[in-house]
Design a protein. Structure first.
Lengths: 735, 177
């Protein structure tokens, strides 16, 4: 009996093995025959799935014989469902996907057309992939093409041209959120591939953290993003997305050189030789079907455009990615390290503060009190993201990150230093219930920041959060609701809780997509704002451990439309902020302290449009009107918020002719109504014209950039000269 | 044959850019005692009298919206980073120009503050700080001159007399709050 059972089992075993190992494979293409990567192929009845690779090929194993239902999905294309009979070890099933004419209109009857224009896919607004016009918040995308066109040195120079975005001496403002606090306490959250990267001590942003050569695009989400991202996303989110590693040997190299124009007036001459800049960057990678890796390095030297303005910066970076055979599991690891040594021309000099040559001020020379000041800054990050899509209805990811920043300020009055770490962990899930029109994102996140500094002391800050957001379609309308709860703990003390809900909707129609949203944001005080203890201009900066988080309610109503060759977007926005953290002078002592002071209102209008009147010409327009007021309080009259320009205008045009192109950007920023520290100083609006030309031949491309071509002399922050005209030439080679 | 961009669009763009950017931004401004265009605050000359004390660290120019009523009010000066006077190198009477950038408003006291070498605290302010001269009311030179600042205000001239400086306690004796 026992022998008979063994014989039966042996006889059945091959059958079961064959039955469980049948494979469905094939290629997914679009209607033009182009292979489609990253399409999700799901064998619904078996619960097995796989993604297409860069050649459009897929492979789903572990199937049993018989008919199966196969669903093929890719964002921007109509989902296709087929019935396939599995009758052998290997069955081929090739598929063609039909593109949608804008997913926002997928539920609206459309006239037949051959022209397909898809909005870009964004990943930041909802912590998942969606089409740009499915998002209920305003988003600006800076694609690789624009970054390359502008031949910039750091990514902030390209993001600066995005609608509604403005930089003040390296500090980013989205719709007037931050103003200028010398890098302290940014109200904009920086993400690198979705991972938070604001400094652990000051909360500011290091724009040179990610090597420029590794950047694929930047997404800027405007308005309060705390419902998904927590602290620092009070004014918006900037997500730097790095390039994917191609499935081959790949090398990119760029060399660049340039010269700064001398001061436009002889009274301001300050050196006999012109200032120069040079840089070189290299990135090399090797990619296979399942494993890919790359490394990069770069060096930059600049003499600067004013006295005491030299800089030497080098960086190294690396990244790698592993995928399972069915592409359902991915592990991505990346990191970078930057060493930056630069002079600090903090204030320009005025009469009596240096030899001004009889001038009231000399914007190209440094105040004698700051002579010799320089900073050495080191920063780096390491992050790993594990993603898995165990079924077509569920995706999850776990990510861990470490950000290290440190600086030493060498100055006459005594050196200062700070070293900070920011450790982060997040677990996130995305659920698409079968047969439902709902997608839900949930997650938990923890961040621990620590600092060791002679200015900020030795402290830790913990932030722990849970969030959830769900989008549901009602006909053509998408409605999203969600919330996040954050708990903050300083130096291991008690927890302070903050709730950040938000609600939004997108209403598609033949006239475009209308979006509306309301949400609450917050920002926890940084360790620097709580614990700064130093002397500035004779004033003692004293700590304030009792600082509370600042909060804001933001509302937005916007519309996105495509009319002929013109794509336009408009939005009105309104923010009511409370408990804003600002530096305050104590009248009873010679002290400055960060306090929860202001109630403020920031409202405005954001308009942007791109048009292609002829095939070779692309033009764009962006305008932001800003009303930013600090509201009246007892003993404190209402006044304009400092460092917020009322008008911000950007015009761009690029003309392509075969391998050559020419282009220009013009940026106008109205004169600041109010600034701090030197409110009576002469100040003007900014009117900056950048010109560019490019020529591409095979793997080589050369770009000429004339930044601030009009050599317009202006300042955005007190006694700090903005960049003058610079002419640079960069040559890139790609293998 | 590629299409050419509309000429009127190019012309309009160039005209707009030229019109908006016709000025060159900030320009040199000789230190004449007159305020430069676009400036908000007071400008003028300071005439130095007497020998400069060897213990001098710096001489600032500051302004108060209200004449201080207590020692605590002395900290309510503008601007936070006041301009520093270019001190003469010789003993003879000389002048220096200054530009005092101020928020718009009414100012009841514009003065020069002499500071002795040393680290300033609230407790040692009386020994380290001196009033060295102030802008006077042209109609009554014994009284401080009042300024209404709404833009550039020229010719706010006064004398700094190193031989006749007054400590904090001159205005606020120890018995005062």
């Amino acid at each position: 009996m026992r022998r008979s059972l063994v014989v039966v089992l042996l006889a059945l075993a091959p059958v079961r093995l064959v039955a469980q190992n049948a494979v469905l494979h094939g290629t997914v293409r679009d209607t033009t025959g182009k292979p489609l990567a990253d399409a999700l192929v799901t064998v619904v009845s078996a619960g097995q799935a796989g993604y297409t690779n860069s050649k459009g090929s897929y492979r789903v194993g572990g199937l049993t014989p018989g008919p199966v239902v196969v669903r093929i999905e890719l964002i921007g294309f109509f989902t296709r469902t087929d019935t396939v009979r599995i009758d052998g070890d290997s069955v081929r099933h090739d598929v063609t996907l039909r593109p949608q004419r804008g997913v926002l209109l997928q539920d609206v009857p459309q006239p037949p057309t051959d022209t397909v224009t898809l909005p870009p896919v964004v990943v930041t607004a909802a912590k998942r992939s969606q089409l740009l016009d499915q998002a209920f918040t305003s988003i600006a995308v800076v694609p690789l093409a624009q970054i390359e066109l502008r031949a910039v040195n750091t990514i902030d120079e390209a993001v600066d041209k995005a609608p509604g975005v403005q930089f003040l001496n390296g500090q980013v403002n989205i719709r007037g959120s931050t103003g200028y606090v010398q890098g302290l306490g940014s109200r904009v959250l920086l993400l690198v591939d979705g991972v938070p990267a604001n400094q652990g001590d000051r909360g500011g942003i290091s724009w040179d953290l990610v090597p420029l050569e590794d950047i694929e695009r930047v997404e800027v989400v405007k308005g309060a993003g705390s419902a998904l991202y927590g602290s620092a996303a009070l004014g918006g989110v900037v997500n730097i997305l790095t390039r994917d590693i191609p499935e081959r040997t790949h090398v990119r190299a760029r060399v660049a050189g340039g010269v700064y124009t001398d001061p436009p007036h002889p009274e301001w001459a300050f050196r006999s030789e012109p200032g120069l800049q040079q840089r070189i960057d290299v990135f090399a990678s090797q990619g296979f079907e399942r494993v890919r890796a790359g490394v990069g390095a770069g060096f930059l030297h600049s003499d600067g455009y004013r006295e005491q303005d030299a800089r030497d910066r080098w960086h190294v970076s690396g990244k790698g990615r592993w995928q399972s055979e069915n592409r359902l599991t991915t592990l991505a690891v990346s990191g970078a390290w930057t060493h930056d040594a630069y002079d600090v021309p903090l204030l320009w000099c005025t009469t009596g503060r240096c030899d001004t040559g009889g001038q009231a001020y000399q914007p190209f020379k440094v105040d004698t009190g700051g002579l010799g000041d320089r900073t050495v800054s080191r920063k780096g990050y390491l992050q790993a993201v594990l993603q898995r899509a165990p079924s077509a209805n569920l995706r999850w990811q776990v990510r861990g990150s470490w950000l290290r920043t440190g600086f030493v300020d060498y100055q006459r009055s005594g050196d200062d230093f700070s070293n900070a770490n920011r450790l982060g962990l997040e677990i996130r899930g995305e659920v698409h219930p079968v047969g439902d029109r709902t997608v839900t994102t949930v997650g938990v996140e923890g961040t621990r920041s620590d600092v060791t500094s002679d200015i900020f002391g030795t402290h830790t800050q913990g932030e722990y959060a849970a969030y959830g957001e769900s989008e549901r379609r009602f006909g053509a309308v998408r409605v999203t609701a969600g919330a996040r709860v954050d708990f903050l703990a300083i130096d291991g003390g008690g927890l302070t809780g903050v709730l950040s809900p938000r609600l939004g909707a997108v209403f598609p129609s033949r006239l475009g997509a209308t979006r509306a949203s309301v949400g609450r944001g917050f920002r926890a005080p940084t360790l620097a704002e709580r614990f700064a203890n130093t002397v500035v201009n004779g004033f003692t900066v004293v700590p304030n451990p009792a600082l509370e988080p600042e909060t804001a309610w933001s509302m937005e109503l916007g519309h996105h439309a495509v009319v002929g060759p013109v794509e336009g977007d408009g939005a009105v926005f309104w923010t009511e902020a409370d408990q804003l953290i600002e530096p305050s002078i104590d009248p009873t002592a010679i002290q400055i302290q960060f306090r929860n002071l202001e109630r403020a209102r920031i409202a405005g209008l954001d308009l942007s449009a791109t048009a292609q009147p002829v095939t070779q010409l692309t033009t764009s327009f962006a305008y932001t009107f800003l009303y930013a007021r600090e509201l009246a309080q007892p003993g404190r009259p209402a006044q304009s918020l400092a460092f917020r320009p009322r008008h911000l205008l950007t015009l761009s045009a690029d003309y392509r002719l075969g391998p050559a192109s020419v282009g220009a950007d013009f940026r106008y920023m109205s004169r600041m109504e109010r600034v701090e520290l030197f409110p009576g100083d002469v100040r003007v609006g900014a009117k900056v014209l950048d010109l560019r030309a490019a020529l591409t031949r095979g793997p080589l491309s050369a770009r000429l950039l004339v930044a601030n071509a009009l050599n317009y002399i202006y300042t955005l922050v007190p006694r700090t000269l903005a960049p003058v005209r610079a002419v640079s030439l960069s040559v890139s080679w790609e293998y | 044959m590629p299409a050419r961009p509309p000429r009127h669009a190019l012309r309009a763009t160039l005209a707009l850019a030229a019109a908006i950017a016709c000025d060159g931004g900030l320009a040199p401004s000789p230190a004449t005692g007159a305020c430069p265009a676009g400036f908000t605050g007071a400008c003028g000359t300071v005439t130095f009298r007497g020998a400069i004390p060897e213990s001098t660290q710096v001489v600032y120019v500051v302004a108060y919206q209200q004449f201080p009523q207590s020692t605590g009010d002395l900290l309510l000066f503008q601007p936070l980073a006041p301009p520093v006077l270019d001190l003469p190198s010789g003993p003879a009477d000389t002048t220096a120009t200054y530009q005092l950038a101020l928020p718009a408003g009414r100012y009841e006291w514009v003065l020069a503050v002499w500071k002795k070498i040393g680290t300033l605290t609230l407790s040692n302010a009386d020994s380290l700080l001196r009033e060295a001269g102030f802008y006077r009311n042209p109609a009554n030179p014994a009284q401080p001159g009042v300024l209404d600042i709404a833009g550039p205000r020229d010719s706010v001239d006064f004398v700094v007399d190193f031989g006749n400086m007054h400590p904090v306690s001159f205005y606020f004796p120890a018995s005062s709050p």
